[in-house]
Each structure stands twice: as structure tokens, then as C-alpha cells.
Design a protein around this ligand. Structure first.
Ligand SMILES: [Zn+2]
Length: 244
């Protein structure tokens, strides 16, 4: 399968220079298309706030609309099974892990008292909704995160530029991005840059038809997952090969 490259688009390497690394909840990296889509949604939200108009959040009951991203599209398995030509993040100069941090949270009894008229004698910290928690936070410690894509370099750079932090627990300082770099790769194979990590393994979720002529590609096995943002939305789920 070859990939059609629309006018004004080219194969790209996108690199985020990180202060310390990134925290994430899933075993694979942050998707570039997800990052771009959420940035567009943030901008739309801010504009709605400014104009005093309503903003419709994602809901699991409705089919989410596809935002127009500055990326090429791979037809994948046809009709609904297409995906954006971009990979998930790949760590460069990674410090071998695993690195796990733990964070804890406990209910503020005084705050609970202030927001309710009747409080039981004891709000249990051992069970129920207000139990205290100790949660693991897996970290990827690396100098850079790298994505490959086929897209419009200026438009991609413009969307990424304001993103100061990525991944989970950003307010706690994780995933701090020092700078973004978008490099054009005019001689690269567009299909490869839409699907594979730098090492040649599968770099994103892909329907089986994407890999038909590429059965040497190392994958993370098959599973049910999203093909494009919002990746976690139930209607996006389909049978795909997973990235390594
Ligand atoms: Zn594909």
C-alpha cells in the first residue's frame, strides 16, 4: 500500500526536547494526532469562552466529529478504518527503566465538612469513594520524544509551539517540553513515516490491511483500540495491530 501525499505536505520528524521525561498511563507513547487534536480543541474551547458561547464536550453517547488536522490520511481498512499519517511517541536517549513514581491522595475531612450539610462521624479512608490512594505513575526518562508523520510542517509546528507540557501529571512538573523541532524529510518513504518508529517497528495502532504488504514489521500484537483521536472513545475502538 502506498500513501498519497497531499499538496503542501511532506514526511516529517518531530522532536520534543524534554526537561526530564514524561509520565503516561499506557505502555505506548503519546500520539501525535491526539496531541494536535487536543490542541485544536483547547483553542476552540478558549474561543468559546472568550465569545461567551457554549462548547460541546466529548460524550461517550455521541459519535465524535473528526477535526481537520494538518496531516495526510492513510485509508487503512477503508471507510471508517482510516487513520492519520503520524506515529506515537518514541523515546530517544532513554534511561533504561522501569521508573515508577508513586503519588498519594487522601480526602480533606475539613473540606468535606464545608461542602455538605450532614457528614457521617467518620468518612472512611479505607474504603468507598473517599478512600485514600497510593497510585503508581510510570515514567519514561529520556532526552527527546520523537514522532514521524506526513503533514504540513508549518501548520504542525504552529499547533505544537504553545504546548509546554505533555503526558500525565503535567501540573506536577512531568513532561515539561523545552522546545519543539519539526524537520522535513523529503526523501523519506511516506508509508514508513505514517506507520513505523525509527527502528522499523510498528509505531501506531493500525488495521491489519495496513500491514498486508509489510509482514516483516514487528508489532505489539493484536487488540481492540482506537485508530484516531479521541483514541479512548468507545466508537473509535476496532481490531488493530498495536505498536511496540
Ligand atoms: Zn495505515
Amino acid at each position: 500500500m502506498t500513501l498519497h501525499v497531499p499538496e503542501g505536505m511532506v514526511a516529517l520528524v518531530i522532536r520534543a526536547r524534554l526537561a526530564a521525561g514524561v509520565a503516561h498511563g499506557v505502555p505506548w507513547g503519546i500520539s501525535l494526532d491526539g496531541l494536535l487534536a487536543s490542541e485544536i480543541r483547547e483553542n476552540t474551547k478558549a474561543a468559546a469562552r472568550e465569545a461567551g458561547t457554549d462548547y460541546e464536550p466529548y460524550s461517550s453517547d455521541t459519535v465524535p466529529e473528526d477535526l481537520e488536522l494538518p496531516l495526510a490520511r492513510c485509508p487503512g481498512g477503508g471507510s471508517e478504518l482510516w487513520h492519520w499519517a503520524a506515529t506515537f511517541a518514541f523515546p530517544e536517549d532513554e534511561v533504561p527503566g522501569p521508573h515508577v513514581q508513586y503519588w498519594s491522595a487522601r480526602p480533606d475531612q475539613q473540606a468535606l465538612g464545608q461542602i455538605s450539610t450532614e457528614l457521617p462521624a467518620l468518612v472512611s479512608e479505607r474504603q468507598g469513594r473517599y478512600r485514600s490512594r497510593v497510585m503508581p505513575l510510570p515514567l519514561t526518562v529520556c532526552r527527546h520524544l520523537v514522532w514521524r508523520a506526513v503533514g504540513n510542517p508549518a501548520a504542525v509546528a504552529e499547533l505544537l509551539e504553545p504546548i509546554a507540557a505533555i503526558g500525565k501529571k503535567r501540573s506536577a512538573g512531568h513532561g515539561h517540553v523545552l522546545s519543539w523541532e519539526v524537520a522535513e524529510q523529503p526523501d523519506a518513504d511516506p508509508w514508513e513515516f505514517a506507520h513505523l518508529h525509527p527502528g522499523g517497528s510498528l509505531g501506531r495502532t493500525a488495521p491489519p490491511s495496513c500491514l498486508q504488504d509489510h509482514d516483516h514489521v514487528r508489532t505489539g500484537g493484536e487488540g481492540q483500540m482506537g485508530l484516531r483521536p479521541p483514541y479512548m472513545h468507545p466508537v473509535r475502538r476496532s481490531q488493530v495491530f498495536l505498536p511496540v
